[in-house]
Design a protein around this ligand. Structure first.
Ligand code: ADP
Ligand code: MG
Length: 383
């Protein structure tokens, strides 16, 4: 990556590299912006940003996924408007850093990522968090502040009313464990996963157009449920309360609320089951979560449903569900490690036969959260 940086910018003097991981959410979907619970793992798949000072006050950004080098005036970051382009994630973060009173340095940046884009494994948060670390250049920042700054960038500049999960897990990821996040208190606890299981993500390779607008619709529908129920967020409502308030809500809004409150409950039951090592209960909760997203929240799609249904028919599979916002992207499947080779081959075979697309398949190995890369040898090759 350093050679690639030098080729692009002529020099790599003073270069530093920062890494931020993508994630798979094991359970707790569309609950973060309702201030509930989520249980993601940070992945080995990550975004790496090499940064070195530039001498002319320009902020230059290149992504190996794009080819072009974009150039901005570092001193004028605050006056830039969104372009509806990938650079919005970078500029959005730069603006939030500037808003904290830290000047944005003139610098050259090169982005390399092994997180597939737009696949529900959170390439956007990996880009935001790695950008923030690079632009802060090692300046101390509280981890929670880092996550919140990146969330603000996505909300304020990219225009996506996202919850905190993706940025939070990219900062707080742990090797060998999942992290349960309480999206209201913003506290977390490390959840050790039982031995004898592994998680695999399967990519539908589709992202339906609906995903952005439907996400905003769901945020609005949850707000409507809150007003009907007289609560500030769905975190404050129980499943019994939602059912008791059914007559006050449009049937669609009722189903959205039902998903959120039952999903919060499922996260906590999944964590308990994980602590007991109760694999069948964990698998069952993943499938319930998927059905709720499919029928009540209506954010799944034919490709995701197919992958879940077919996964469940493969020997050694314990549970499966869509992960991320939905309308395409990935499923996450929990299975016996010894079943993994057959699972990979079989799921790829049936998916290709049905949709004429070869699904990408990723091992979900829980990894550490974001930080500076000390040993450049550990940076993966370009993809
Ligand atoms: P997800 O976060 O699930 O991958 P999003 O739609 O939230 O999907 O974010 C994907 C967007 O993030 C891309 O369309 C692109 O604008 C930006 N992005 C992510 N990674 C990169 C990268 N390596 N280079 C350039 N842009 C990126
Ligand atoms: Mg994203």
């Amino acid at each position: 990556m350093i050679d690639s940086f030098r080729q692009r910018y002529g020099s790599a003097d003073g270069v530093r590299v920062f890494r931020a991981p993508g994630r798979t959410n094991l359970i707790g979907e569309h609950t973060d912006y309702n201030l509930g619970f989520v249980l993601p793992v940070a992945l080995q798949l990550a975004t790496y940003i090499a940064i070195a000072p530039s001498s002319d006050g320009k902020l230059r950004v290149a992504s190996e996924h794009r080819g072009e080098v974009r150039e901005f005036d570092a001193a004028a970051i605050a006056s830039l408007a969104p372009e509806r382009a990938w650079t919005d994630y970078v500029i959005g973060v730069a603006r939030e850093i500037a808003a904290l009173g830290h000047p944005i340095p003139g610098a050259n940046l090169l982005i390399r990522s092994t997180v597939p884009e737009g696949s529900g494994l959170s390439s956007s948060a990996a880009l935001e968090v790695s950008t923030a670390l690079a632009l802060l250049g090692g300046r101390a920042i509280e981890p929670l502040e880092l996550a919140r700054l990146c969330q603000r960038a996505e909300r304020n500049f990219v225009g996506m009313p996202c919850g905190i999960m993706d940025q939070y897990i990219s900062v707080f990821g742990r090797p060998h464990a999942a992290v349960e996040i309480d999206c209201r208190s913003l506290g977390n606890r490390t959840v050790k996963l039982p031995d004898g299981i592994t998680f695999i993500a399967v990519n539908t390779m589709v992202k339906h157009e609906l995903s952005g607008s439907a996400y905003r619709d769901r945020v609005a529908e949850c707000a409507a449920a809150c007003s009907a129920l007289g609560v500030e967020s769905l975190r404050d409502a129980t499943p019994a309360q939602v059912e008791a308030g059914a007559a006050k809500m449009d049937p669609v809004v009722l189903r959205r609320a039902r998903h959120v409150v039952t999903e919060d409950d499922r996260v906590n039951r999944f964590v308990d089951a994980s602590t007991r090592g109760d694999l069948p209960a964990m698998g069952h909760l993943m499938v319930e979560s998927h059905r709720s997203l499919q029928h009540d929240y209506e954010v799944s799609c034919a490709e995701l449903d197919f992958l879940v249904d077919r996964a469940l028919a493969i020997d050694g599979v314990i549970g499966s569900r869509m992960t991320g916002g939905g309308f395409g992207g990935c499923t996450v499947t929990m299975l016996r490690p010894e079943a993994a080779p057959t699972f990979r081959a079989e799921i790829a075979r049936v998916y290709e036969a049905e949709f004429h697309l070869a699904p990408a398949i990723y091992d979900c190995v829980p990894s550490a959260g974001a930080g500076e890369v000390q040993n450049f040898e550990t940076i993966p090759a370009a993809v």
